[in-house]
Design a protein around this ligand. Structure first.
Ligand SMILES: N[C@@H](CCC(=O)N[C@@H](CS)C(=O)NCC(=O)O)C(=O)O
Length: 219
């Protein structure tokens, strides 16, 4: 059985978990925090989560894992068949991943949002400018009719829901404004997608993991 190593607070973990749930693939979740331990770097060379264990082999990088799932489990497709539509779906995934995700722009604010870590005004302004550019790009590309790329739920939604929710939360806490509100239709889209059973599970697991995490760092 596939094993997803990571933890349920992480948006990168949750985008893969959402694809697994939406595709109806059986999997096991193995609790793993990011780590620079040699033993973990063997399975995830940057020490990041998630990493997916497939028959004893490990694949890291959520984009590569999503591509594997789509190729290995084609029965419930989450990518359009038409090559151009497929590329447009990939484009949105990339734009969100590269310019808005926790490992890029909003990631600069994550420690401040989670732990109240000090952050300079300069760092805040830099992050805000980067996120602003990503917000404008997503606003240009997203259809929200009702899903990100059109009528069907796709991998772009698996990426967008956890990432945009995180950007919304982090920017509200650190910058005092929810920057996802700069994407017309995004707030309603997030509420709509949150009703899906798979997303409900993601949110419930995330809430539980967050409570455990906060209790462990307060000790
Ligand atoms: N590009 C990677 C990003 C993964 C990532 O940044 N994961 C975060 C958790 S959401 C992490 O492991 N952070 C720890 C670190 O950057 O060392 C992917 O798509 O999987």
């Amino acid at each position: 059985m596939l094993k997803l190593h990571g933890f349920s607070i992480s948006p990168n973990h949750n985008k893969v978990k959402l694809a697994l749930l939406e595709k109806g693939i059986e999997f096991e979740e193995v609790m793993q925090r990011p780590s620079q331990d040699e033993t973990f770097l063997v399975n995830s060379p940057m020490g990041k989560i998630p990493t997916m264990e497939v028959d004893g082999k490990f694949v890291s990088e959520s984009g590569a894992i999503l591509e594997y799932l789509e190729n290995a489990y084609p029965a419930a497709p989450l990518m359009p068949m038409d090559p151009v539509e497929r590329a447009k779906c990939r484009e949105l995934m990339q734009v969100i991943e590269l310019y808005m995700s926790g490992s890029s722009a909003s990631g600069r604010l994550t420690a401040a949002a989670f732990f109240g870590a000090p952050i300079s005004d300069e760092a805040k302004n830099d992050a805000e400018a980067l996120i602003e550019r990503g917000v404008k790009a997503v606003a240009r590309l997203a259809k929200f009719s009702p899903f990100l790329t059109g009528a069907k739920f796709t991998l772009a939604d698996c990426v967008a829901f956890p990432q945009l929710s995180t950007v919304a939360w982090v920017t509200r806490i650190v910058l005092g404004k929810n920057m996802v509100d700069g994407i017309p239709g995004a707030a309603d889209y997030l509420k709509y997608v949150a009703k899906r059973p798979a997303v409900q599970k993601i949110l419930a697991d995330q809430q539980r993991a967050m409570e455990l995490f906060m209790a462990s760092v307060k000790k």
